[in-house]
Design a protein around this ligand. Structure first.
Ligand SMILES: NC(=O)C1=CN([C@@H]2O[C@H](COP(=O)(O)OP(=O)(O)OC[C@H]3O[C@@H](n4cnc5c(N)ncnc54)[C@H](O)[C@@H]3O)[C@@H](O)[C@H]2O)C=CC1
Length: 486
């Protein structure tokens, strides 16, 4: 390994690396080759306790600092992340298998954007003054929630660690973050960088482990808020556990998002949207537009040109900048995707391109295009989380809107058309939290990101996230004598 991928220790707590070898060992695998690149121990109850105790202690000191001071730390951390972008991207590529052409622009850089954005907001988080009759008034104080827990998925480990950490810390909370057991490495770097940037010890801590460690964090009475990125079944469990103790939650869960291409669309642009919305990160993106509804008149042209452009995908060594498609992040996910491709064929979808496992070390599969997919097919109903694009046909706007919304999910949705009024009418009708007109899958920090229906609760990024990491205290001030009926 040209890079040292083995972390100093498994956990980062109270400003330093910490180990407890009593925790179960898990191997970190480079998905492009199947090689073991690191080993980490899951957190024991003692480690979980140490992290929460540190976060609880640090929170008072952190919240007592001014927003300007907290913001300065976050912005410094953003600068360090950008300076180290290359090394952080290499590590992210080892952890996830995503090609360097992506990790250098969408992971540490996206994390840095979040740190910079929320760092900039921290100083202007204020309450309001509400004048009342007789000179009385109310003012509100925007206050931190306390100790927040972040739990991550394996597709965007650095980004998720920052998207949760940055708004939490800006508001004066502290965080204990548990990365996915599949990708434990990069969150440790985020913690290191925050402390180096001046965050007091204990403000941002990382503990490793599987679902059981996540569950023990969620139910701990010291924790006031839980933010999860993961699947819908896990989201339901975590939400229920948090609700039992009336904790705040943010849930960023899965999707089966529609992308609608009308026959007046700029077809090259729509195909780019379909590619970005299905094959980026080898299809392992929650907001992917995996049900591509194409109006009948342009269907064959769309399919032929999409298949042709898929032929230009560069599948290969993720460390090479020209590579555009890497492996699946894990063997488990590869098997899941292969299973869905088999189901697609079995249920009568037309395989236009791809569909095969690539026989070499690591977890490789071809980008896959299915046509003639119908609403009842498994590949049109379930989240695949892999590079499998399903094209469905439609005749009318009314029909496609009904079909697009006929899903339990509601994360994202997109429309490609040159008709301005139709574009706005369609997005207004989408049952989805994040919508796109003539593009797909962009997630700038300035814009709220999140889902409706089973896809989630709350929003990440933007000023909206502040509402999910703080609460308002109302203070009624009387300028008059207090009166009573007797
Ligand atoms: N909406 C979004 O922003 C995103 C959603 N996802 C979704 O995540 C899924 C893929 O990620 P996975 O890591 O396989 O998801 P997962 O749901 O299996 O695990 C997510 C995280 O939750 C933890 N966890 C599992 N059971 C838990 C429990 N009972 N209590 C607390 N924590 C628990 C896991 O250890 C992991 O860190 C996909 O379905 C995808 O759609 C992924 C990325 C972004």
């Amino acid at each position: 390994m040209p890079y040292d991928t083995q972390p100093v220790a498994s956990h980062f707590i109270d400003g330093e690396y910490v180990e407890d070898t009593a925790g179960e060992i898990s191997e970190v695998i480079y998905p492009a080759t199947g090689e073991v690149i690191a080993k980490v121990h899951a957190a024991t109850p003692a480690i979980v306790d140490k992290a929460l105790a540190a976060a609880e202690r640090a929170q008072k000191e952190w919240a007592a600092m001014s927003g300007t001071e907290r913001g300065r730390v976050l912005r410094r951390a953003a600068d360090i992340m950008r300076e180290r972008n290359h090394d952080l991207s290499v590590l992210e590529t080892y952890d996830t298998g995503k090609p360097m052409s992506e990790t250098t622009i969408a992971d540490a850089t996206s994390g840095a954007d979040a740190l910079e954005y929320f760092g900039g907001l921290a100083a202007s988080l204020t309450g309001e003054h509400i004048p009342l009759a007789g000179g009385d008034f109310v003012y509100t104080r925007r206050q931190a929630l306390g100790v927040c827990v972040g739990i991550g998925a394996w597709n965007y480990p650095t980004q998720i660690a920052c998207w949760k950490g940055a708004p939490a810390l800006a508001c004066g909370n502290t965080m204990v973050f548990k990365p996915s057991e599949v990708t434990p490495l990069c969150a440790l770097k985020v913690a290191e960088i925050l402390i180096e940037a001046g965050a007091p010890n204990g403000v941002y801590n990382v503990v490793q482990g599987m679902g059981a460690v996540g569950a023990s964090l969620v139910t701990d009475p010291r924790v006031t808020k839980v933010s999860l990125t993961g699947s819908v079944p896990t989201g339901k469990k975590v939400y229920a556990a948090a609700a039992a103790e009336m904790k705040h939650v943010t849930m960023e869960l899965g999707g089966k998002s529609p992308m609608i291409v009308f026959d007046d669309a700029d077809i090259e642009s729509a195909i780019s949207g379909a590619i970005n919305g299905n094959f980026y990160s080898t299809g392992q993106v929650c907001s992917n537009g995996t049900r591509v509804f194409v109006q009948k008149g342009i269907k064959e042209k769309f399919l032929a040109r999409l298949a042709e452009r898929m032929g230009d995908a560069v599948i290969g060594d993720p460390m090479e900048m020209e590579t555009t498609i890497g492996p699946m992040s894990s063997e488990r996910q590869l098997n899941i995707v292969e299973g869905y491709i088999a189901k697609g064929k079995e249920e009568g979808a037309r395989l236009v391109k791809g569909g095969n496992r690539i026989e070499k070390d690591g977890y490789w599969i071809e980008p896959t295009l299915f046509a003639d997919v119908t609403d009842d097919m498994t590949i049109a109903r379930e989240e695949i989380f892999g590079p499998v694009l399903a094209v469905l046909d439609f005749d009318t706007e009314e029909e496609v809107m009904e079909r697009a919304n006929a899903t339990e999910f509601g994360l994202a949705a997109g429309v490609f058309t040159q008709d301005l009024t139709r574009a706005h009418r369609v997005v207004a009708g989408f049952e989805a939290g994040t919508c796109y007109i003539n593009t797909y899958n962009l997630a700038p920090v300035e814009a709220p990101f999140g889902g409706v229906k089973a896809s989630g609760v709350g929003r990440e990024n933007s000023k909206e996230a502040i509402n999910h990491y703080s609460e308002v205290k109302t203070v009624y001030v009387s300028m008059n004598p207090c009166e009573a009926p007797f």
